[in-house]
Design a protein around this ligand. Structure first.
Ligand SMILES: *Cc1c(COP(=O)(O)O)cnc(C)c1O
Length: 419
């Protein structure tokens, strides 16, 4: 048994005497499921809106929302309705044949995002990989970079997924250890520093890949003007700007896209997480026609990408976002969340970062570890999760209410006060 499983058992046992069903499920998972996660010891059985219920019937407020995959809450009726309707029609065709959901999905998503073309994929990592492939191909075919010389600039502290090429430009030792040899062709510069970025361009640079707000790193918002400066530098050097909005996009920050706050447009966006409505994995690269247009039949693909069920759910997601209601909720309730969390600065919290219904709460030195706080909040019926030991990430479903936000912050207040 590894140290990780030991730790999980200890923490599971520490919080409540394990009930028989719960203990059995944890044991089964421990034995049969690869140990690449360290979940809180809560076993969810059902969920609705912003709430989940565990196998013992205890309810918890979900303040993580599947890392933004559940922006519209659990089982939003419009999304479940669209899925069920499509389940009763056709679910999969492969791209060997056409189906009647693909064209509408791409047109509607392009319309929503103000882009010209859509490449549907499944997971977020696949969307990022696809954008990198497209950028390289564009560099050779359009920009005129010599074969196999294309470079892509990335930012320190990034998180773009888990494939070998993507972890090749990660600086997180846990995400990269023992996975070499790594994919060449990437250079990393300090996030938020326009001068470091300016110095990294060469004639072979194809693209800059950036998260407009870094989620996994702890909800890091770059200095105002950084992204606009990035846009200018990309234009100057004839380089593509690829915005990874998989976690920041689709309403989370109060705008459709986090880049919208700065009035900046990317050449390509990667979308995922909430695009699948919390029902199934749906991702896409959206952007310029003359860039995505470099793809030709056979040069890229995915068996499940753009399947009828994914497109039907994606269309329902687009429809929800088209009214702007979700974005307004994120703005208004986000201001409340940030105001409430701000009251904790000096009371166990060192800093609160973020935008909209998205907050990185930096615990002060001397405060309990993130994991300890997460477990104590779980006991109080609130689910949050630490990232990088001392940061708590709050990213509730956008359907959450003001009172529910108060319940979550009051729980954190009590935990930090040692109540
Ligand atoms: C989650 C995430 C990804 C990867 O998405 P998966 O669906 O887990 O592959 C990529 N980029 C960002 C910014 C993310 O938050």
């Amino acid at each position: 048994m590894t140290a990780g499983t030991e730790a999980r058992k200890v923490s599971a046992g520490h919080h409540r005497p394990p009930d028989v069903l719960g203990a059995e499920l944890l044991d089964q998972e421990d034995r049969w499921c690869a140990h690449n996660y360290h979940p809180l010891p809560v076993i969810i059985a059902t969920a609705e809106g912003a709430w989940v219920t565990d196998v013992n019937g205890k309810r918890y407020l979900d303040m993580l929302a599947g890392y933004s995959a559940l922006n519209f809450g659990h089982r939003h009726p419009a999304l479940v309705g669209a899925a069920i309707e499509q389940l009763n029609r056709v679910t999969l065709t492969s791209r060997a044949f056409h189906h009647d959901q693909l064209g509408p999905f791409c047109a509607e998503l392009a319309g929503l995002t103000g882009t010209e073309m859509v490449l549907p994929m499944n997971s977020g990592a696949e969307a990022v990989e696809s954008a990198l492939k497209v950028a390289r191909k564009w560099a050779y075919r359009v920009k005129g970079v010599p074969e196999n010389r294309a470079q892509i600039i990335t930012a320190g502290g990034n998180f773009h997924g888990r494939t070998i090429s993507i972890v090749s430009f990660s600086d997180d030792p846990v995400a990269t250890a023992d996975y070499g040899p790594f994919t060449p062709g990437f250079v990393s510069v300090k996030y938020g520093d326009p001068e470091a970025l300016a110095g990294a361009f060469t004639p072979d640079t194809a693209a800059v890949l950036v998260e407009p707000i870094q989620g996994e790193a702890g909800v890091i918002v770059p200095p105002i003007g950084y992204l606009a400066q990035m846009r200018r530098l990309c234009d100057e050097h004839n380089v593509l700007l690829i915005a990874d909005e998989i976690q920041s996009g689709l309403g989370r920050t109060g705008e459709l896209l986090a880049l919208d706050h700065e009035g900046v447009r990317a050449d390509l966006y990667t979308l995922g997480k909430a695009l699948g409505g919390g029902i199934l994995p749906v991702s896409a690269v959206v952007g310029r026609r003359d860039v995505l247009g470099v793809l030709t039949p056979g040069s890229h693909g995915s068996t499940f990408g753009g399947n009828p069920l994914a497109c039907a759910v994606g269309r329902a997601v687009v429809k929800l976002l088209a009214t702007g209601d979700m974005q307004r909720r994120a703005t208004e309730l986000g201001a409340h969340l940030h105001a409430r969390l701000g009251e904790l600065i000096g009371k166990g919290v060192a800093e609160v970062r973020g935008r909209g219904l998205w907050a990185g709460v930096q615990l002060a030195p001397g405060a309990p570890a993130g994991r300890v706080v997460s477990e104590a909040m779980m006991d109080r019926g609130v689910l949050v999760k630490e990232t990088h030991e001392s940061t708590l990430r709050f990213g509730p479903p956008l359907v959450i209410s003001r009172d529910e936000i108060d319940f979550a912050v009051d729980s954190l207040t009590a935990v930090l006060a040692g109540d």
